[in-house]
Design a protein around this ligand. Structure first.
Ligand SMILES: NC(=O)C1=CN([C@@H]2O[C@H](COP(=O)(O)OP(=O)(O)OC[C@H]3O[C@@H](n4cnc5c(N)ncnc54)[C@H](O)[C@@H]3O)[C@@H](O)[C@H]2O)C=CC1
Ligand SMILES: O=C(O)[C@@H]1CCC=N1
Length: 258
């Protein structure tokens, strides 16, 4: 199976890194300029298309139209399109390529590189074994869920952009600890242990306890956690944070109108 990337930035690299050990997949990419990566590079989209069984459109949303215009006159028989492009529907792609080409729309995140993405999947050809094979491949890259396209905007906000929002929180912790003047990467290492420890605590207990209960286990009556959480609730920080998720979702909706 040949996977060809159109555009080779953060997302394509994550897909490649996550799948490079799979024996029966060969990779190549097409971009404006060659990248520092050891897979074949084509400087012509026709060559990439002729190489690929699966064509990954891994460009920014503002660039997808130009790519689809270039793909439109090419013979795509036997090819399958995968698009992780935020805010661009299957119908948008069909407008250029028609309904005959199998199209898989996904919303992953960069943890694909470590087989830890959460990825939404939708397709125009759910009964086609080729689209099923893509779903199977996505399950190798983390958790994959079939989702009605209507859900993609919210999913993008929570699981596509989510890693950035979680990191923005970790950055707040990091900034607060700067006064310790710890050498080198020590602070990052400590924060990594904190987040991994928290994830493990969540993972080990989530089947038996709610998140509220897990928070309660850390909270002593009249203690430090209680003081922090009181502030959290009094100032409606959770509500404000919901605004972050809503802003991302709204942007995804907006992008789907262009
Ligand atoms: N970065 C992320 O965490 C996620 C990104 N996505 C989606 O994946 C897509 C790609 O995102 P990134 O990889 O982060 O972007 P990026 O900017 O890192 O990579 C885009 C690549 O496309 C190339 N490119 C642009 N125009 C081109 C053209 N006309 N012909 C050939 N190559 C062209 C650029 O040179 C670059 O290599 C976006 O549409 C985004 O919505 C989806 C989920 C997560
Ligand atoms: O920021 C974006 O629009 C893309 C979609 C999810 C993550 N990155």
């Amino acid at each position: 199976m040949n996977y060809g990337f159109i555009g080779f930035g953060n997302l394509a690299k994550a897909v490649y890194q996550g799948l490079k050990k799979v024996n029966n997949i060969q990779f190549a990419y097409f971009t404006r300029s060659k990248k520092e990566v050891s897979i074949p590079f084509f400087d012509c989209i026709e060559e990439l298309v002729s190489f690929a069984d699966v064509i990954w459109i891994t460009v920014k949303p503002q660039d997808i139209k130009g790519i689809l215009e270039k793909l439109q006159p090419l013979n795509l028989e036997g090819k399958l399109i995968v698009s992780p492009v935020a805010g661009k529907s299957i119908a948008f792609i069909e407008n250029y390529l028609g309904k005959e080409v199998p199209i898989v729309r996904i919303m992953p995140n960069l943890a694909m590189a470590y087989q830890k993405s959460v990825t939404a999947f939708a397709t125009n050809q759910p009964l086609n074994p080729a689209t099923d094979a893509i779903f199977e491949t996505l399950t190798r890259l983390g958790k994959a869920v079939k989702l009605n396209e209507k859900g993609f905007d919210l999913f993008t906000s929570v699981f596509g952009s989510g890693p950035a929002f979680i990191l923005a929180f970790i950055q707040i912790f990091k900034d607060k600890m700067k006064e310790f003047e710890l050498p080198g990467n020590v602070l990052d290492e400590l924060l990594l242990e904190l987040t991994q420890g928290t994830t493990l605590y969540f993972a080990e207990n989530q089947s038996s306890y709610s998140i509220e209960e897990l928070i309660r286990n850390i909270t002593s009556k009249g203690g430090t956690t209680q003081a922090g959480l009181d502030h959290f609730h009094r100032h409606k920080i959770g509500k404000h944070f919901e605004g972050v998720l809503d802003a991302a979702k709204n942007r995804s909706e907006e992008m789907s109108k262009n």
